[in-house]
Design a protein around this ligand. Structure first.
Ligand code: SAH
Ligand code: SF4
Ligand code: F3S
Length: 488
């Protein structure tokens, strides 16, 4: 999934973080449309959840709610939760304890749990966490106004129905925490892959793709509003598929063929919105990424040359146990094709899991040796965390001791830090086209943006503003950031 570039100091946090590359909860910004009640939304986990919170805000705004970033003034509190690792769920429970304090002072406060943890625990949530009034899974957000009404009438409200069709295609998200330059567009929901370690297929349901017309329309609308980069989001974007016939959008006569839209086609359509609109996407799956996609990427300058291709493990036996659908050799062949078609400068990042069930010391070494072959620019690295209900929980023993997992993870992190730094050092002296995203984190006199390969580049502000494209010559770096000077 899409992720923010984090500082190298954050790497420890990432491995212990709640979701994909996110170390903190995100609170939606305030809106002032004169709504009669105020809703505070705090989101955990991956970009998909952050995107969903914008859909939730949009649905509620139509019902007369404003969002607020101030918990104290809220009438309704929603936590949009993540279940990916045990720690993510613990964070939410701790937060509910804190909110409980607030509810004691303000008994009319409505507390709701949304997202993956809501889906996993369903009505059990109401028994386990007594302060929760409302539970809504990821496909139930259209029902929120009715669920809130039910709570207003004094009942508890639960909807965790998972849909085979819901894509919220017609709802324009309220872009709440936006920099006005980059935005995310959900192109599909759910996942059918059943990786044995993963809870997502259970919390997000079956995979379904969104109507390509609504995706392109959303990209066009964002471009009109001044946005210059969109990231297409899905758990496995390579299995995007849309058929006009199956979706009854067109009546074809017998002589017409059904033009099925795959991810390569979709990518091309979005790239054609404007050459000034950059396109990124996440997540690619190693078993499904096609040469066709790579060729479309190479044909369009505005499709960024960066691929997040999570490997999880460098050992084929472990990959089989994970049900990932590819071997070490297959993965390395795909990386070879990426470099061949897109060139050696194409950015590559990964996710890694340390200490999966039954992983031997040699198998762990295979992950390190694969990293040495690929030399990723960046990775999200995690210790295996057993999730209730997953295939791994049913089939295998979580038998790697915590200290061993920790040690293996720290070896993976140390190697990744080295690769990130070395790769960045190779960029010193090169000039890149950068889309300006806003002020740098450290100083208002500097701006920051990213190059095509997704590397963060910091440079003196001068007269430049966000949303512009600039040329920056890199003169120094850390493992996480490139720094340089503007060139004309
Ligand atoms: N759809 C994406 C991943 C979504 S989850 C993909 O297939 O690549 C994001 C990452 O969390 C995964 O890539 C994996 O590295 C990690 N993860 C998922 N389940 C986990 C678990 N039970 N324990 C530790 N890490 C896990
Ligand atoms: Fe989880 Fe695998 Fe689906 Fe990714 S592809 S969301 S890891 S089941
Ligand atoms: Fe995302 Fe966490 Fe759900 S990573 S899909 S919010 S389990």
């Amino acid at each position: 999934m899409a992720e923010e570039k984090l500082l190298i100091e954050d790497l420890d946090l990432i491995s212990e973080g709640q979701g994909e590359g996110q170390t903190d909860a995100r609170v939606t910004a305030s809106t002032h449309t004169g709504g009669s009640r105020k809703v505070y939304i705090e989101s955990y986990g991956c970009q998909m959840n952050f995107s969903d919170s914008e859909i939730v805000a949009s649905i509620l705004q139509k019902q007369g709610f404003d969002t607020t970033s101030n918990l104290e003034e809220a009438d309704v509190v929603f936590l949009n939760t993540c279940s990916i690792r045990e720690k993510a769920e613990q964070t939410v429970r701790n937060r509910l304890q804190q909110i409980n304090g607030l509810k004691k002072e303000k008994p009319e406060l409505l507390v709701g749990v949304l997202g993956c943890m809501a889906e996993r625990l369903k009505s059990k949530f109401l028994e386990e966490e007594r302060i929760v009034d409302l539970v809504a899974g990821p496909d139930a957000y259209r029902d929120l106004p009715q669920l809130i009404e039910k709570v207003d009438e004094g009942q508890k409200a639960v909807n965790t129905f998972l849909s085979r069709e819901e894509t919220y295609a017609d709802i324009s998200p309220v872009r709440l925490n936006s920099n006005g330059v980059t935005a995310f567009i959900s192109i599909m929901r759910g996942c059918d892959n059943m990786c044995t370690f993963c809870v997502v297929p259970f919390t997000r349901g079956r995979e379904r793709s969104r109507d390509p017309h609504s995706i392109v329309a959303e990209a066009e609308d964002l471009f009109q509003k001044g946005f210059r980069e969109v990231t297409l989001l899905g758990q496995n974007v390579d299995s995007y598929t849309w058929s006009e016939v199956e979706n009854n959008k067109a009546r074809l006569n017998s002589r017409q063929i059904d033009n099925r839209v795959n991810f390569a086609h979709l990518l091309e359509r979005v790239a054609q919105v404007s050459p000034e609109l950059r396109i990124r996407f996440s997540t690619s799956h190693p078993k499904d990424i096609t040469d066709e996609v790579l060729h479309v990427m190479s044909r369009y300058d505005n499709i960024c040359k960066y691929i997040h291709l999570p490997v999880q493990s460098g050992n084929t036996r472990i990959l089989e146990r994970m049900n990932r659908g590819y071997s070490r050799e297959w993965y390395l062949e795909r990386v070879g094709r990426i470099k061949e078609i897109l060139g050696p400068d194409c950015g590559l990042s990964s996710d890694m899991i340390a200490g999966f069930c039954g992983e031997t010391e040699e198998e762990h070494q295979d992950t390190l040796s694969l990293m040495n072959e690929v030399r990723y620019d960046f990775s999200y690295m995690f210790m295996y965390s057993e999730r209730p209900g997953t295939l791994a929980e049913k089939r295998y023993k979580d038998d790697i001791a915590e200290e061993v997992k920790k040690r293996r993870l720290s070896e993976i992190i140390a190697l990744q830090n080295r690769h990130s730094l070395e790769n960045n050092q190779r960029d010193v002296g090169k000039t890149f086209r950068v889309l300006v995203e806003g002020p740098s984190r450290r100083s208002p006199d500097f701006l920051q943006g990213r190059n095509s390969a997704n590397k963060v580049i910091v440079f003196p502000k001068k007269n430049k503003v966000k949303g512009e494209y600039v040329q920056v010559k890199v003169d120094r770096c850390t493992g996480a950031t490139l720094m340089g000077e503007l060139v004309e």
